[in-house]
Design a protein around this ligand. Structure first.
Ligand code: SF4
Length: 261
């Protein structure tokens, strides 16, 4: 952080990233090409211990390609809820190999937590928030524990709940980088074409946003791309990114960890 403070000429008195750091980075990289920004961030070690977190969904190839072009040694973390489509697992292996990432990590839910809180493996059907808490949010918290920063594939256009995403945010003192925060759908499509990137196998079957198998359905023409996620439930996010109502059983989470912040 001291190094970051020097580079950006900001005062760093806290042991972690602050809102002032995020503001300074947003100002410094305003309008800078996404790949150039990533190359600079990695070359100058501005992000500290950093990893890219990917769901290996329908748009993930773009961010992964950009990160690999900037530095393929950046760790790639995948949270396997053990409810994923086999097509997603195969797509992950294909992309990791194609982009030449050298540090691919898979994080799974704790077996003892699943045994206690989802013995039937059907929790998704009656308490999806609780299911996401033990299968996604807790493993993600564990994966991020040693990181100073993480790179997210969030995009503002994805749905009405994801508007106005800044490139740099701070969560719990950790820097969250959204390189595609200002990309529009046309930008992604052009990048897929220009780089000849492989598509998620389920996209051609109408799955425009792919999550866990029990909670993802194809999207009908004219629907929001994420309309197929948790269809029938008043739920749009898994808790990794968003705020929620706190009604779920989050007792599997690390002490002091707020899953929906
Ligand atoms: S998306 Fe569905 S199956 Fe996956 S963790 Fe959340 S509720 Fe469980």
């Amino acid at each position: 952080m001291a190094e970051l403070a020097r580079k950006l000429d900001v005062i760093d008195t806290a042991p972690a990233f602050t809102l002032a750091d995020a503001d300074a980075l947003n100002a410094r990289f305003d309008g800078v090409d996404t790949l150039e920004m990533l190359q600079t961030l990695f070359a100058e070690n501005i992000l500290g211990e950093v990893a890219v977190v990917s769901s290996f969904g329908t748009e993930s190839a773009v961010l992964l390609d950009l990160v690999a072009r900037a530095d393929p040694s950046i760790p790639v973390i995948f949270v396997d809820t053990l409810k994923m489509f086999p097509e997603t697992l195969a797509y992950r292996e294909e992309l990791i190999a194609r982009f030449g990432f050298t540090d691919s990590q898979v994080v799974t839910p704790k077996p003892e937590v699943l045994a206690e809180k989802d013995e039937s493996e059907l929790r998704w059907s009656y308490d999806p928030d609780g299911c996401c808490a033990i299968r996604k949010v807790e493993p993600m918290a564990r994966a991020k524990a040693g990181l100073d920063s993480w790179i997210s594939g969030r995009k503002a256009f994805q749905s009405h709940t994801r508007q106005n995403i800044a490139r740099f945010e701070v969560e719990d003192g950790r820097l969250k980088l959204n390189p595609l925060g200002d990309w529009v759908k046309e930008d992604l499509e052009a990048y897929f074409e220009a780089r000849n990137l492989p598509r998620h196998p389920l996209e051609a079957k109408g799955f425009l946003s792919v999550g866990c198998a029990p909670c993802t359905s194809p999207v009908k023409p004219g629907e929001d791309a994420r309309a197929g996620r948790w269809r029938g439930w008043d739920k749009t996010e898994c808790g990794i990114h968003s705020s929620g109502d706190g009604e779920s059983d989050n007792s599997a989470l690390p002490p002091g960890y707020e899953p929906f912040l």
